[in-house]
Design a protein around this ligand. Structure first.
Ligand code: LER
Ligand code: MN
Length: 280
């Protein structure tokens, strides 16, 4: 298995160079660069990554409240200006991904805020999702084509209902990915823990489209620090011969994270090893 980690997890606590210095000695095979192309000099960033022995596997899309400008990134918006800005955002990230040598970028589906919508108890009716998806699919397909021309694959990541109620499950993601050309799927254990009936069914049902995994425990700490059982999840991935990255996406509280990022990675690697003995 190839292991990566999201630099977005560290962006508020220290400069990227410091994170890379610490992660490079922990055994990660790659990192995901966060998608804020407007905030960085991409050429300088490329030189910086080249000076560390750790490649960039892709870009983490900064959708929704995760970032200052996230609210503008809405691929399901009814506002043509927001749609245009969202498409441009993906295109800018794709070019940055290409320059940094990455191969994928995740997209998450946000729509206009609905005043009074209860995110805790409400769900979006299937009919409404169908209409929104039908409108978005040609745009997503165009973006996939744009990305393919830069050697990048877009992967659709369902998020849990508290982030966005539109694409929340593997079922939603498969519905869209089957209709959009060259769109893969990213599954994130933190969101799956809230929305999926079963980790195993989600992984098995999406196996032909599954390109990337985000790993975090149910409290968004590194795996092994809370109560998601990563042994069967890894086994399901090993059984489908998953060949994408397992990319850790933890919430990191402060600069003293090295013990966690190391023990979480080692914890999952040990599971992989034990499973491969029983699967052999
Ligand atoms: C957001 O919660 C998330 O999981 C990220 O992967 C978004 O890019
Ligand atoms: Mn994620």
């Amino acid at each position: 298995m190839k292991y990566s980690i999201t630099l977005a997890s560290f962006r508020k606590i220290e400069p990227i160079e410091q994170t890379l210095t610490k992660l490079a000695r922990q055994g990660y095979n790659a990192v995901e660069m966060f998608g804020e192309p407007g905030d960085v000099d991409v050429k300088k960033l490329k030189d910086m990554f080249d000076s560390y022995d750790i490649p960039v596997c892709g870009i983490t899309g900064m959708w929704g409240s995760i970032s200052r400008d996230g609210w503008k990134r809405k691929l399901l918006s009814a506002d043509p200006a927001l749609m245009k800005a969202s498409e441009k955002y993906v295109q800018d990230c794709v070019r940055m991904c290409n320059i940094l040598g990455g191969k994928e970028m995740n997209i998450c589906l946000f729509a206009d805020e609905r005043p009074g919508f209860d995110r805790t108890h409400g769900t979006i009716q299937a009919k409404e999702k169908e209409l929104l998806f039908a409108k978005a699919i040609p745009i997503i397909s165009q973006l996939c084509k744009y990305a393919t021309d830069y050697g990048v694959e877009l992967v659709l990541e369902p998020l849990n209902r508290y982030s966005t109620p539109y694409c929340t499950s593997v079922k939603d993601a498969i519905t869209i990915a089957q209709k959009a050309s060259s769109l893969g799927i990213l599954l994130d254990t933190f969101h799956m823990n809230i929305e999926e009936d079963s980790f195993a069914d989600a992984i098995r049902s999406s196996h032909s489209l599954l390109r990337h995994m985000h790993f975090a425990d149910n409290n968004r700490k590194m795996p092994g620090l809370a109560h998601i059982d990563f042994q069967p999840i890894m086994k399901n991935l090993q059984e489908i011969n998953y060949d994408g990255y397992v990319s850790f996406e933890p919430n990191i509280a402060d600069r003293n994270y090295e013990p966690e990022t190391k023990s979480g990675l080692d914890f999952v690697k040990r599971i992989e090893l034990r499973n491969s003995v029983t699967l052999a």
